[in-house]
Write a protein that binds this ligand. Structure first.
Ligand code: RIB
Ligand code: CA
Length: 315
């Protein structure tokens, strides 16, 4: 019998991070060991509170530890307004049902990885500060990491600057440390996550589940849709973060291409860009498996099954 893949979700909830939490908690191929938070879509306090509230909403009980408030170089950037004042606007959410871990994010990751009987997969869906700090502080645990499957970057244009995606832009030095780590990396950039659109048809499929959780998720996604339409002119919002986890659940969800990926740190106009060498023009060796094509039906089936599974337990 295949054991579930043990994972740690490092996130900045955030509407799409919230969807990744649900998928991680519900899918039987995954064992969610813990959640760590990093400032990004909102301040560290806001995104941590949101992680607690999502867990309360779906009856998820796992350790949650606060991580970095500032990037490795400089101060925290203005959190984007895509997710609202709370960083998870759009629905009434319950108050937390359990206290935060006494560990910091790095300490919790180290503790969970050290004590797991299998190699652990890290799923960062926010800026990579916690992950970089963990890798620097615990070189002795690198061989206990199965994959780092992160949402970030892009093989095309950015979304926060013309050529930088937000998670990488928010802490390029951390991303550089992760990309140079030599660990097995899977990158889900905007080029694939923009295929994971929460269309009206998808919202209707979720509504038909007819549970309180499903209704709450639809309210959250409708808010997310409004801000994405207003800010980016996209008719439907891309639910970025669960893509990085869906690939671990079912490798056939995406087509992966091995390629050299570097982080631009000094470009006057391009700092935070992921420079993806898809055609071997740099002579560098590949360090990342880059997700290129999404099986949209498989992705949304996984997502909707997760919402259904968690919601039906609440009836
Ligand atoms: O650029 C999209 C990423 O930035 C997503 O992870 C979203 O949640 C924000 O963190
Ligand atoms: Ca995120």
């Amino acid at each position: 019998m295949t054991l579930p893949t043990p994972i740690i979700l490092d996130c900045d909830p955030g509407h799409d991070d919230a969807m990744a939490i649900l998928l991680a908690a519900a899918n039987p191929a995954i064992e969610l060991l813990g959640i760590t938070t990093v400032s990004g879509n909102g301040s560290l306090d806001k995104v941590t509170y949101n992680a607690q509230r999502v867990c309360a909403l779906a009856n998820i009980v796992v350790p949650i530890a606060k991580g970095a408030n500032d990037p490795m170089a400089g101060k925290a950037s203005a959190a984007p307004t895509i997710h609202g004042v709370s960083a998870l606007d759009g629905a009434e959410l319950p108050e937390p049902t359990f206290e935060l871990s006494n560990f910091s994010a790095v300490e919790l990751i180290a503790d969970l990885v050290s004590n797991c009987d299998r190699k652990v997969t890290l799923i960062p869906t926010g800026p990579l500060t916690n992950i970089a700090m963990f890798l620097q502080a615990h070189p002795e645990l690198h061989d206990r990491i199965e994959h780092i499957s992160f949402m970030g970057g892009s093989t095309e244009r950015g979304n926060w600057t013309p050529y930088a995606e937000f998670n990488i832009w928010a802490d390029p030095e951390a991303a550089d440390i992760v990309l140079r780590s030599g660990l097995p990396l899977i990158m889900s950039g905007l080029n694939i996550t923009h295929q994971a659109l929460a269309t009206p048809e998808i919202l209707n499929r979720i509504l038909q589940l007819d549970t309180k959780l499903a209704n709450t998720i639809v309210d959250l996604l409708k808010f997310f849709a409004d801000t994405y339409r207003d800010v980016f002119g996209m008719p439907d919002p891309p639910v970025h973060d669960p893509v990085a986890l869906a690939i671990i659940i079912d490798a056939s969800v995406a087509k992966l291409v091995s390629a050299p990926v570097s982080i631009e740190l000094t470009g006057e106009f391009t700092r935070g860009a992921t420079v993806v060498d898809l055609h071997g023009t740099t002579g560098q060796s590949a360090n990342v498996d880059v997700a290129m094509e999404l099986d949209v039906d498989k992705f949304w089936n996984l997502m909707i099954e997760a919402i259904d599974s968690l919601g039906s337990k609440q009836k």
